[in-house]
Design a protein around this ligand. Structure first.
Ligand code: PEP
Ligand code: MG
Length: 902
C-alpha cells in the first residue's frame, strides 16, 4: 500500500498542469509560469518539481521514490514538444534549472542556466545559432561558471579572476570584446578551475548535469543567506523550494535579442505607467547583477516595436488577470518575445495604498479588497518623518529612489562593519557599488542602503523594499572605493565614519545629518492636510481606505495617554477615548517630594497632609484630560508601580549617607530615607507591593485619586463639558481586593458627584492570570475589564518583562520556540487563551461587561485581529499607533467576513 502511494505521488507538473493557486506546491515562479502558459502567453515550455519533492529530499538527503522517473517522463515529453534532445550534439535542447519558493526570496537561492551544454553540444548550439561560435562558447563558459559555483561550491572569484585575465589580455573591460577563440580559451581555464576544486572533470553527461543542478537548488534552501532571509521575513523554514526546469531562450544572440524586467506600475510610488529596464544582447542575470547599464524599457520601442507592443499588451492582460501590480521578466530571442516570470510585485508602503486606491477606481477590486491589500505595518512606515530640507542642504548626488524613507547615519562599506557598528547602537548607511545576497546581514543592520550602480530592480532595491528599508540605488556620481573605505562625490571625499543622509523617495544624497519633519500622512491625520483639496495621491488613498476601515470595524480604538497633549494628538488621530491613563507619571518631577513625604510619613497627620497637597494637583491633571477627551470615555488607572520607584536607589543612597557621615554632616533626613528604602526593598518588586495591593496597604492613597477623578469630572460637567471617567484598579487577582476598593470608592463618588449627572464606572485590569481564571467572580464587582497584556504575558510565561527580551529571546527565536516576542505580538495559544477565558466567563457573569485591552498588544496588527476575534469592545494603544489599530480593526472584519466570538 505504502509503495503504491509512493509510486503514485505526483512530484512533477508540466506548466500546462498548474495554476497560480498552487504556490504551496509549485512555488511562486512555477505556479505563475503555469498560469501564464494557460493564458496562452509565450512561455518557454518546461515543468516544475514540487516543494514536496524538496522537503522529502531535505529530510532524507535522497530524491524521493518515483521522482527520477517522473523527471525522465517530463523531460521526454519536453523533448518531443521541442523536437530536440537535451544536450544533443547536433541540435541540443538546453534548459535552465531555477529555484522558486512559495514566497519570493530574491537572489537567495540558486539558478543554473544552459544545462545540456558539453564539448560536443557547444558545436551544435553554434550551428543552431547560425554559426555564432562566440555565443555558443559564451553560453558554455557561463554554464561551467554557474554550475561550478552553485553545484560544486567552486569559489566564484576564481572564475571572475580568469574572466578578468582574459579581458586584460585582450586590452578591454567589456565582455563583449571577447571573441569565440577567447571564450574557448576561457572554457579551458574554467574547466581547470573546476577540476582543481572538485577533483573531477566537468560532467559531460547532460542528464547528470540536470540531476546535480536540481539537487543543488534543493540544497540552496538551507544556504546560510536563505536561512537568514527567511528569519528576517518570517518565512517558515520547512516550506522548501520548487525547481523549475525551463527550455532556455537566449537574449544574447545579437542586437535583435535582449532581456528585461518590468513593473506594470511604479513599485516605489504606485504611479501608473511602464517601469522597467532593458538590456540588449544579454541574459537575465546581467540585468539583476547590474553588470552593464540598462536602458529604460521605453527605449525598446525604437529597438523592436513589435516586441514592445506585444509586451505592453501582455502587461495589461496580466494586470487585469491578477488585478494587481505585476512584475515580469522577459527575454527577446531574435525578435521573439518570451515571458520568463511574473508575479504580484513587491511594492513600497506608499505604492501599496496608492495602487489599492487606483484599482478601486479602475473597477478591478472593491474597497474591501483594497483594505485587505494594505496593512498596519505599511501605514506605520508611512508615518515616519521625512527630511526637512531648506537651502542649507544641497544634494551631492541623485540616484534612484528605490525604497522610500529618510535615513541618516554613519557611512560603512562592508556588511560586517555595518553589523559591528549597529551593534554599538550606531545608525549606519551601507554604501556599496552594488549589493549582492552576501550583503544581507549588513542590509538588515543598516538604517539605509546607498549604491552607485543598479536600477529599481537591482538586488539592493528589491531587498530593501521588501524590508521596508530606505534605499537609494544607482547614484552614479558616487565613486565607491571599498578597500580604501571611502567614496568620492562632487570633488569631496567621504570616509567610513562620516555621516550622510539619503532620501529613498527622491533618490537624493546629502552630506551630514539632515533634520526631519512629520510625514504627509501624519499631517493628514493631524488634520492639517485636507485630502479632498490637495493633489497628493498617497494622502487621498490613505484617506479613502481609512474611511472604509472605520466604516467596517467593530472594535473601537482608544489611546494610552496621560497628558493633555497626548490625549489631544490621539484624538486627532481618531482615538475614541482613553483606554489607559497611567497616573504614576503624575507623581514625578516636582511632586516627588510630596510622594516622599507620603511614603516616609511617621507622625500622625503627615500622610494626610501629603495626600491633601496631592489632591488639587491630581484634580488639575484629570480636568485637563477630560477637557481634551470631552464626551469620550477616559479610563484612569489608580497608581500601579511599587512605591520605592519614587525613591532614590538603595545603593546610591547608602553611599551618599556614608560619605556625609564621614564628613560629619547632619544626615538625619537621609538616614530616615535610607531606612525607608531598606524597609521597602523587594527582591521581586514586579510581584510585590504594587497595584491594588498599594491601595489596600496605604490608607487614603486610592481614596485621594478617586476623589480627584470625581471632582475633576464634576468640574468639567459644571463647565458645560461631558466627562466620562472609568476608574480602573490594577493588578487585581481576587474579587475581594476589588470589592474592598470599590466599596470605598463608591462612597466617595456618591459624595462628590451628587446631582451633577456625572457617571463614574469602576472596573479592573485583567493582568494577573488568577484574575483571568476567576473572571466570572471578578465581573460581579467590575463594570469593565481591560486586559493588561504586558503583565499578563509577564506572569503567564513567567518572563520578567524588563529583562528577558535582551537576555535570551534571540535563542528562543532561533530555536523557533516562538516566531516573535510574546511581548510584541500576543501569544494566542497561551496568554491569548487567558484573554478568551476571561472574556467569555466575564460576559457570562455580567452581560454587557465592557472589554478592552491596554497592553502594548493593543497597537500590534496581528494582536488587533485576535482581539477582534475574541470579541473585545476596544483596543487601546499609544497615540501614533491609533491609525494602525483603526486600519487593522477594519481589516479584521474584512478578513473574517465580520465574524467574531461575541
Ligand atoms: C499591562 O500590564 O499590560 C499594562 C497596560 O499595564 P503596565 O504596562 O502599566 O503594567
Ligand atoms: Mg500592568
Amino acid at each position: 500500500m505504502a509503495a503504491q502511494e509512493t509510486v503514485d505521488h505526483k512530484y512533477v507538473y508540466d506548466f500546462s498542469e498548474g495554476n497560480k493557486e498552487l504556490k504551496d506546491l509549485l512555488g511562486g515562479k512555477g505556479a505563475n509560469l503555469a498560469e501564464m502558459t494557460n493564458l496562452g502567453l509565450p512561455v518557454p515550455p518546461g515543468f516544475t518539481i514540487t516543494t514536496e519533492a524538496c522537503q522529502a529530499y531535505l529530510a532524507t538527503g535522497q530524491q524521493p521514490d518515483g521522482l527520477a522517473g517522473q523527471i525522465e517522463a517530463h523531460l521526454e515529453s519536453l523533448e518531443r514538444a521541442m523536437g530536440k534532445r537535451l544536450g544533443d550534439p547536433q541540435d541540443p535542447l538546453l534548459v535552465s534549472v531555477r529555484s522558486g519558493a512559495k514566497f519570493s526570496m530574491p537572489g537567495m537561492m540558486e539558478t543554473v542556466l544552459n544545462v545540456g551544454l558539453n564539448d560536443q553540444s557547444v558545436v551544435g548550439l553554434s550551428a543552431q545559432a547560425g554559426g555564432n561560435d562566440r555565443f555558443a562558447w559564451d553560453s558554455y563558459r557561463r554554464l561551467i561558471q554557474m554550475f561550478g559555483k552553485t553545484v560544486c561550491e567552486v569559489p566564484g572569484e576564481e572564475f571572475e579572476h580568469a574572466l578578468d585575465e582574459a579581458k586584460s589580455a585582450k586590452g578591454t573591460h567589456n565582455d563583449l570584446d571577447l571573441d569565440a577563440d577567447d571564450l574557448r580559451g576561457l572554457v579551458d581555464a574554467y574547466k581547470k578551475i573546476f577540476s582543481k576544486h572538485t577533483g573531477r572533470e566537468f560532467p559531460q553527461q547532460p542528464r547528470e548535469q540536470l540531476d546535480l543542478a536540481i539537487r543543488a537548488v534543493f540544497e540552496s534552501w538551507n544556504a546560510e543567506r536563505a536561512v537568514l532571509y527567511r528569519r528576517q521575513e518570517r518565512i517558515p523554514a520547512d516550506l522548501g523550494t520548487a525547481v523549475n526546469v525551463v527550455t532556455m531562450v537566449f537574449g544574447n544572440l545579437g542586437p535583435d535579442s535582449g532581456t528585461g524586467v518590468a513593473f506594470t506600475r511604479d513599485p516605489a510610488s504606485g504611479a501608473q505607467g511602464i517601469y522597467g529596464d532593458y538590456l540588449a544582447n544579454a541574459q537575465g542575470e546581467d540585468v539583476v547583477a547590474g553588470i552593464r547599464n540598462t536602458v529604460p524599457l521605453q527605449e525598446l520601442e525604437q529597438l523592436d516595436k513589435t516586441s514592445y507592443d506585444q509586451l505592453l499588451g501582455i502587461m495589461a492582460r496580466l494586470e487585469e488577470h491578477y488585478k494587481d501590480l505585476c512584475d515580469i521578466e522577459f527575454t527577446i530571442e531574435r525578435g521573439k518575445l518570451w515571458m520568463l516570470q511574473t508575479r504580484v510585485g513587491k511594492r513600497t508602503a506608499a505604492a501599496a495604498f496608492v495602487i489599492a486606491g487606483q484599482l478601486v477606481d479602475e473597477g478591478l477590486i472593491d474597497l474591501d479588497e483594497a483594505l485587505h491589500r494594505v496593512n498596519g505595518a505599511q501605514l506605520a512606515q508611512l508615518m515616519f518623518p521625512r527630511f526637512q530640507l531648506d537651502h542649507e542642504f544641497q544634494p551631492v548626488a541623485k540616484g534612484i529612489g528605490a525604497s522610500p524613507g529618510a535615513a541618516s547615519g554613519t557611512v560603512v562599506f562592508t556588511s560586517a562593519r555595518a553589523v559591528e557598528m549597529a551593534a554599538e547602537g550606531k545608525s549606519v548607511i551601507l554604501v556599496r557599488r552594488e549589493t549582492n545576497p552576501d550583503d544581507l546581514n549588513g542590509m538588515i543592520a543598516a538604517q539605509g542602503i546607498l549604491t552607485s550602480r543598479g536600477g529599481k530592480t537591482s538586488h539592493a532595491a528589491v531587498v530593501a523594499r521588501g524590508m521596508g528599508k530606505t534605499c537609494v540605488s544607482g547614484a552614479d556620481e558616487i565613486e565607491v572605493n571599498v578597500p580604501a573605505k571611502r567614496f568620492t562625490v562632487a570633488g569631496q571625499t567621504v570616509n567610513e565614519g562620516d555621516v550622510v543622509s539619503i532620501d529613498g523617495t527622491t533618490g537624493k544624497v546629502y552630506l551630514g545629518e539632515v533634520p526631519v519633519m512629520p510625514s504627509e500622512v501624519v499631517q493628514y491625520f493631524e488634520g492639517s492636510l485636507d485630502p479632498e483639496h490637495i493633489d497628493n495621491a498617497l494622502v487621498r488613498a490613505v484617506h479613502r481606505i481609512m474611511t472604509h476601515a472605520d466604516g467596517m470595524r467593530r472594535l473601537a480604538v482608544r489611546t494610552n495617554a496621560d497628558t493633555g497633549a497626548d490625549a489631544a494628538r490621539a484624538r486627532r488621530f481618531g482615538a475614541e477615548g482613553i483606554g489607559l491613563c497611567r497616573t504614576e507619571h503624575m507623581f514625578l518631577g516636582d511632586r516627588r517630594e510630596l510622594v516622599e513625604r507620603l511614603i516616609l510619613a511617621r507622625a500622625p497627620g503627615e500622610r494626610e497632609a501629603a495626600l491633601e497637597a496631592l489632591l488639587p494637583l491630581q484634580r488639575a491633571d484629570f480636568e485637563e484630560i477630560f477637557r481634551e477627551m470631552d464626551g469620550l470615555p477616559v479610563t484612569v488607572r489608580l497608581i500601579d508601580p511599587p512605591l520605592h520607584e519614587f525613591l532614590p536607589p538603595l545603593e546610591q543612597l547608602a553611599v551618599n549617607v556614608a560619605v556625609a557621615q564621614e564628613r560629619g554632616e547632619d544626615v538625619a533626613k537621609e538616614e530616615a530615607l535610607l531606612a525607608a528604602v531598606r524597609r521597602m526593598h523587594e527582591e521581586n518588586p514586579m510581584l510585590g507591593l504594587r497595584g491594588v495591593r498599594l491601595g489596600l496597604v496605604i490608607p487614603g492613597l486610592f481614596a485621594m485619586q478617586v476623589r480627584a477623578i470625581a471632582e475633576a469630572a464634576v468640574a468639567c460637567a459644571r463647565g458645560g463639558g461631558v466627562a466620562r471617567p472609568e476608574i480602573m484598579v490594577p493588578l487585581v487577582g481576587a474579587v475581594q481586593e476589588l470589592e474592598t476598593v470599590r466599596a470605598e470608592a463608591e462612597k466617595i463618588i456618591a459624595e462628590v458627584v451628587g446631582d451633577s449627572g456625572v457617571e463614574v464606572l469602576i472596573g479592573t485590569m485583567i493582568e494577573v492570570p488568577r484574575a483571568a481564571l476567576t473572571a466570572g467572580q471578578i465581573a460581579e464587582a467590575a463594570e469593565f475589564f481591560s486586559f493588561g497584556t504586558n503583565d499578563l504575558t509577564q506572569m503567564g510565561w513567567g518572563f520578567s518583562r524588563d529583562d528577558v527580551e535582551g537576555a535570551f529571546f534571540w535563542r528562543y527565536l532561533e530555536l523557533g520556540i516562538f516566531g516573535i516576542s510574546p511581548f510584541e505580538s500576543i501569544d494566542r495559544d497561551g496568554v491569548g487563551r487567558l484573554v478568551r477565558i476571561a472574556a467569555e466567563e466575564g460576559r457570562a457573569a455580567r452581560p454587557g461587561l465592557k472589554l478592552g485591552v491596554c497592553g502594548e498588544h493593543g497597537g500590534d496588527p496581528d494582536s488587533v485581529h485576535f482581539f477582534h476575534e475574541v470579541g473585545l469592545d476596544y483596543v487601546s494603544c499609544s497615540p501614533f499607533r491609533v491609525p494602525v489599530a483603526r486600519l487593522e480593526a477594519g481589516r479584521a472584519v474584512v478578513e473574517t467576513g465580520g465574524s467574531d466570538s461575541r
